[in-house]
Design a protein around this ligand. Structure first.
Ligand code: DGL
Length: 270
């Protein structure tokens, strides 16, 4: 048993989709979340910038006595995970490996798609992980740079002509490639499940990377006898920008009432 909290971070609110799954899977855990809303989006940035931001995010979270960290950001997971893990004395769970395992298990026609940020796609991390999993898998990757800003604006619902138009144009090559499984390689994208599902059609399975990372975290803690035991865990939220903006959209991402506790922190101090 381990009662210490789990830390979770992302560039913005997207990582809350992973928090939602963590809370469903492990309701006894305490969670501390940091969303770097002052510097979102991360998805178009250089690796050196991402590493600098990710180290600061992690240093802030490590000001709490954590037992593990979930990097609930596809962009940081694809570009910085190994560096962060090498520098850390607690487990750091990323989204890539768990999502790839799930997608490889789901695909019947061995054609899988990846929709992600530009930095995630150009890192090649998903392709390498798929190749390790099964060299026969054909992987079709697409950067979707407008998805994150639109989701952060709350423009993610079916019927919103802007997001529907962008999704139809971005995803057309994946439809043409005939993928039967699509990794939503960014933790913002589960908010677009209905919009993306409508474009891809009912025969295509969508993989939520935050949900897979949450499962991987649960399995890792369970294997190490590191799960918490208490009636009900808590969640505490930190943002690097305005609290009011974070609160406004948090309920949408968490799929429940807004977080009770949101605080601002100056991330540049870490
Ligand atoms: N949720 C982040 C990810 O998973 C978004 C990246 C961004 O801020 O562009 O990649």
């Amino acid at each position: 048993m381990n009662q210490r909290p789990i830390g979770v971070f992302d560039s913005g609110l997207g990582g809350l989709t992973a928090v939602r799954r963590l809370r469903e899977l492990m309701p006894s855990e305490n969670i501390i979340y940091f969303g770097d809303t002052a510097r979102v989006p991360y998805g178009n940035r250089a690796r050196e910038t991402l590493l600098k931001y990710a180290r600061q995010d992690l240093r802030f979270l490590r000001s709490f006595d954590l037992k593990a960290v979930v990097v609930a950001c596809g962009t940081v997971s694809t570009n910085c995970l190994e560096a962060l893990q090498a520098e850390s004395d607690i487990p750091i769970v990323g989204v890539v490996e768990p999502a790839v395992r799930r997608a490889a298990a789901l695909s019947r026609n061995r054609r899988v798609g990846l929709a992600a940020t530009r930095a995630s796609v150009s890192s090649g991390a998903y392709e390498r992980a798929f190749h390790r999993q099964d060299p026969a898998l054909a992987v079709h990757s697409l950067p979707c740079p407008l998805f994150v800003p639109l989701v952060e604006e709350g423009r993610c619902r079916p019927g919103d002509v802007v997001i529907e138009t962008v999704a139809a144009e971005y995803l057309a090559p994946l439809r043409e490639a005939g993928v039967d499984t699509l990794v939503l390689g960014c933790t913002h994208y589960p908010l677009l499940t209905d919009v993306i599902g409508a474009v891809m059609g009912p025969g295509v399975s969508l993989v939520d990377v935050g949900a897979e990372a949450a499962r991987a975290c649960r399995d890792l803690l369970a294997a190490a006898d590191g799960l918490a035991e208490r009636a009900s865990g808590s969640a505490c939220f930190y943002t690097s920008d305005r609290v009011v903006d974070f609160r406004r959209l948090a309920a949408l991402f968490l799929g429940e009432e807004g977080p009770v506790e949101v605080r601002q922190t100056d991330i540049t101090q870490y």
